[in-house]
Design a binder for this molecule. Structure first.
Ligand code: SAH
Length: 356
């Protein structure tokens, strides 16, 4: 039973002190529990807590870590994909990627998603629920414990829309920044959004020096509206205004994700249009906002009828952006042999799609 009980992993160290005082325990226990929880230990596993202390904790609170329901390791590049089971039985995916500069984890922010992007597997059956701050953090702790490795970076690019779970994501960012926390710097954290404009303005004010990543995927409203329903609520112009504000406030560079779909958004004319759009909306003679576009050939999802652009089209697209002063990189595909992109493993587990 977790009803009305306190979720310990979702508390800051200070809040944990108050918790211990409230159950008649000394507040110095907070540091010990907080530090051990970051390593994946629950209160009843902490050896120098007495049975009576453990009992008092258990009566008032709980601490759950996601458990590994499935784990796939890429033979090609060591990418590890987890299907984590949460305490209520729902599953989410996290992916651990190895880069030259360190180990980064891609975490999920919701069970499912309600944004409805047409190329995305995570949204096919809508949103089931938001993840709690402890479940966001728990993915990092559980993966790090399982691998026996330190994780140095986080991307919120798994299942779900982080800005549609705003309050929990903000609390999670606070927890990550705690002095005795998981010890991952904000500069090594990025948040990817399909473009919830009102929340981008709010996020800018929070003062976390994280990188904002915008899933743009089109250079005009008609095309974007067709593949991303959110564009009807927040069209491109408004989205880029919010990006401009985010940069003005935080001075953090923004990166744009652009999924290339054959015959839909990958022509040379579109590349030129994208460059003009970004230069026109985000740069002026006095401002030189660094803009980076990440090109991703669409990952073909069985339920969707999109085909990825061929190598030549991708290179040509990147080239045109570069010629117009926009840094463009083609996303290196990691974990190709384990289908590391998110959304499909959870669906397979739920029996919704036969093969992955
Ligand atoms: N909801 C957030 C984060 C999760 S999606 C967002 O929209 O940004 C992470 C990234 O994967 C987004 O850029 C998303 O557009 C992209 N994506 C989703 N499905 C994809 C697919 N089939 N192929 C390539 N990229 C995809």
């Amino acid at each position: 039973m977790t009803e009305n009980k306190i979720d310990l992993l979702g508390l800051t160290e200070k809040e944990l002190e108050e918790f211990f005082l409230s159950i008649g325990e000394p507040k110095y226990r907070a540091k010990q529990l907080f530090t051990q929880m970051q390593k994946g230990l629950a209160p009843d596993e902490i050896t120098n807590f007495s049975a009576a202390t453990k009992q008092r904790i258990a009566e008032a609170a709980y601490c759950h870590f996601p458990t590994v329901a499935k784990k796939l390791v890429s033979a090609l590049d060591g990418t590890v994909k987890y299907l984590f089971r949460l305490s209520d039985g729902n599953c989410v995916e996290s992916v651990v990627m190895r880069y030259e500069h360190g180990v980064t984890i891609c975490i999920s922010t919701q069970v499912g998603c309600r944004m409805g992007c047409r190329f995305c597997a995570s949204t096919i059956d809508g949103k089931v629920r938001d993840l709690a701050p402890s479940e966001l953090l728990g993915q990092i702790i559980a993966a790090s414990k399982d691998l026996g490795e330190r994780i140095g970076g986080i991307v919120m690019m798994g299942i779900g829309e982080p800005l549609d779970n705003y309050d929990n994501v903000i609390r999670f960012l606070r927890l990550v920044g705690e002095e005795n926390g998981v010890n991952i710097g904000y500069r090594h954290i990025s948040l990817s959004t399909c473009g919830l404009v009102d929340k981008i303005y709010e996020l800018a004010k929070e003062d976390f020096p994280i990188t904002l990543s915008i899933s743009l995927h089109a250079a005009d409203d008609a095309t974007r509206g067709e593949i991303m329903p959110i564009n009807k609520r927040y069209p491109i112009g408004e989205l880029l205004d919010a990006c401009r504000d985010y940069f003005a406030v935080t001075k953090r560079r923004i990166s744009f994700e652009y999924t290339l779909i054959a015959g839909k958004n990958d022509s040379p004319e579109t590349a030129k249009r994208l460059a003009d759009l970004l230069n026109g909306k985000l740069r002026s003679r006095t401002e030189t906002m660094p803009i980076h576009v990440n090109l991703i050939p669409v990952n073909e999802v069985k339920e969707r009828d999109f085909t990825h652009s061929d190598k030549k089209a991708v290179a040509r697209f990147a080239d045109i952006l570069e010629k117009h002063g926009i840094r463009a990189t083609v996303r290196r595909k990691l974990g190709a042999d384990i289908n590391a992109s998110c959304g499909q493993l959870r669906r397979a587990e739920a029996g919704e799609t036969a093969d992955i």
